[in-house]
Design a protein around this ligand. Sequence first.
Ligand code: URA
Length: 235
Amino acid sequence: MQLERLLQKHGFGTRKGCRALIRNERVAVNGEICDDPYADIDTDQLVFSVDGTEWPYAEFATLILNKPSGYECSRRPQHHLGVLELLPPPLRVRGVQPIGRLDEDTTGLLLITDDGQLNHVLSSGKRKVPKVYLATVKHPLDAAQVEQLLAGVLLNDEPEPIAAAAAEIVDPLHLRLTLTEGKYHQVKRMLAAVGNRVEALHRESIGSLTLPDDLKPGEWRWLSAVDLEKLVKSA
Ligand code: URA
């Protein structure tokens, strides 16, 4: 692929802007400065760098983010910063979007991609991809609440009761809940339906993918090809 096109595909601006970056010797290919915008680059295992920052060649950008509290997942955030602000500009220019949404005050695992098909597969309710949440609740949990959550609770605007796929009391004020839908405020509404209240919410995993312990709030990383394949299989 032509170097100029490659940079543009990875979010480094217009063709003209990318050409200028290359001509100004700000771009290296596998460690060597390349100043020819039309050089034909082998994309297999390619790592290029712009101003010293390395980027893998990626047909699609799929990332995991440890979402901190205080960020919105919506396309046009209104009251807080958007989660995409946590990413470097080239990724935003590529048009990445969160897969599903977490509330502004929810923390934890958020997948972000510019792969529309992957987004569709993972967010489609039909696939029933399990998502595990750790909820901190206001009132001590009891077995009756867990039974109700597992049996199904009726939420406003939902025709049928919705059941948790799993619910485990971690300690009196912490519940680990597995859901296979992605309804609006689902955990909060389900806990409210059994007479409790969510005080804090954290997503630990989606399908086969668990938030890595060493990914701090606000940090992101590329999803490895192996993890991506496992995730898609688990969906
Ligand atoms: N359920 C909620 O209530 N909020 C979230 O952010 C995710 C699931």
